[in-house]
Design a protein around this ligand. Structure first.
Ligand code: SF4
Length: 455
């Protein structure tokens, strides 16, 4: 390995990416440590935390399939202006790993671009494969461009800018507010790049708009419905509204979309919404508008780290109030329909986070026990340090790096989540498609992959 090679994040490769051989040795070690975790989940988590690189040939091949839509955050590990192959224009939204020496069962993974990742998409003959170091790991399937992605609204907007789908087509992702009113480094969640990603996408020429007009959202969904899109759920999401947006508070702003969609397409999709943890009367506004699944994302459990990593959430609501409102929302939506997200791995971010995976997972397990013992099933997305997020920008400014959490953290967390979910006999979280390795299509973490499904 060339130790002097600098990655686009300004760090030497050896600092955190290590060689492909070392990655595979790490996976092997973790298979011994937690033998009942499927290897598919270990590979998926490693791909999500480290990203994936593309050979030029592979990237050309990918350009004919469904591409990354940048549906909310960048979910990349380099900014667009440092993508020398313009990966932002051709990289696929998701890949499915299949077969190879480990005989992998079909595993759906969201694509996070990182040109120096040891996980690399390459061509072998006429087909796409995943490699790590000099080893071929599996075949890679891509999703065809859906029919509706080729359609435009009357005003010329491509449908996929208004109503993109992820999770292999299962979920329509409606980021109706592209920014967040937690503003600046003092308020934004420190792992989040929503506001910076907005700026870089606009600069790169994407027709991002701060607020998606209602008529365009309805027109986009009409097209999805007309072509019998296989999508089963939609998520209304975007940044927090701390004051008003278009003259409305947060609940009413998001509820208005749900109301209009449910009036036009009653029961067509499972309606979900991501908002702050709102007071009960505002939760009720969402429920009355038709929202079935409520995601009041708490991001991180740890008491000391929460205010440091989520300063806006701490300032506007506060950690214990946030948790209280999550529990209260079970009376409005039903416990199984309250599914708050946390960002797995930020417990180990520098400079304040845990340094040992075991301790980080113990802290997070406490939160899982708190919620799951009351019937609420949190889920998580895998943190990749996005280069425009405060956590990365500040470390870079200080001449340091912000590595992702180690794979051991993710392996331990998957086991903790699975065991806790089983201990409390919770149902499969609704609105995420099928569970179980080989079937799950939730692509930004493996929690659905590790749910045991009897054969
Ligand atoms: S609430 Fe936090 S995670 Fe959500 S968009 Fe705002 S800054 Fe980002």
């Amino acid at each position: 390995m060339n130790l002097s090679h600098k990655s686009p994040l300004g760090m030497t490769e050896v600092d955190f990416l290590k060689s492909g051989e070392e990655r595979l040795a790490d996976i092997s070690r973790l298979q011994d440590l937690i033998p009942d975790l499927p290897v598919e989940a270990l590979i998926k988590e490693d791909l999500l935390r480290l990203g994936i690189s593309f050979s030029a040939e592979a990237l050309r091949y990918c350009a004919d399939f469904k591409r990354k839509s940048y549906f909310i955050f960048s979910f990349d590990m380099v900014p667009i202006d440092e993508m020398s192959q313009e990966e932002n224009l051709s990289a696929p939204e998701e890949i499915q790993l299949i077969g190879g020496p480990w005989d992998l069962r079909r595993t759906t993974v969201s694509v996070r671009v990182n040109p120096v990742s040891p996980w690399k998409a390459i061509m072998v003959g006429d087909s796409l494969h995943l490699s790590c170091g000099d080893q071929t790991i599996s075949g890679v399937d891509l999703q065809k461009v859906p029919e509706y992605y080729q359609e435009t609204l009357e005003n010329g907007q491509p449908v996929h800018e208004v109503a993109p789908t992820i999770e292999w087509g299962y979920l329509v992702y409606l980021t109706v507010y592209r920014k967040c009113q937690y503003f600046g480094f003092k308020e934004e969640c420190r792992f989040c790049d929503i506001n910076e990603n907005y700026r870089q996408q606009v600069k790169a020429g994407r027709p991002y708009r701060t607020v998606k007009p209602m008529d365009e959202v309805l027109e986009g969904l009409t097209i999805l419905d007309r072509v019998n899109s296989p999508s089963k759920a939609y998520t209304l999401t975007g940044g927090s509204v701390t004051r008003t947006l278009k003259g409305k508070g947060e609940a009413e702003f998001y509820a208005e979309y749900a109301r209009a969609i449910e009036e036009k397409f009653p029961g067509r999709w499972i309606p979900k919404a991501v908002t702050q943890a709102l007071p009960v009367d505002e939760q009720q506004i969402l429920k009355d508008a038709g929202i079935r699944i409520y995601h009041p994302n708490y991001e991180i459990w740890d008491e000391k780290l929460f205010p440091l990593l989520c300063p806006g959430k701490e300032a506007y609501v506060g950690r214990s109030e946030w948790h209280r409102r999550i529990i209260e929302s079970t009376d409005v939506f039903g416990a199984e329909n309250v599914i708050p997200n946390f960002v797995a791995g930020i417990e180990m971010s520098r400079p304040h986070g845990f340094t040992e995976p075991e301790a980080a997972v113990e802290s997070t397990r406490e939160g899982l026990q708190f919620f799951m013992s009351q019937g609420v099933c949190p889920r998580f997305t895998v943190w990749c340090p996005e280069p425009l997020s405060p956590l990365v920008v500040e470390r870079k400014g200080a001449g340091d790096i912000q590595p992702p959490a180690p794979l051991e953290y993710h392996a331990r967390l998957l086991a903790a989540w699975r065991d806790c979910h089983k201990e409390h006999r919770l149902p499969v979280p609704p609105g995420y498609g099928p569970p179980g390795v080989g079937n799950a299509i939730f692509s930004v973490s493996s929690f659905m992959d590790v749910i045991h499904v009897p054969e």
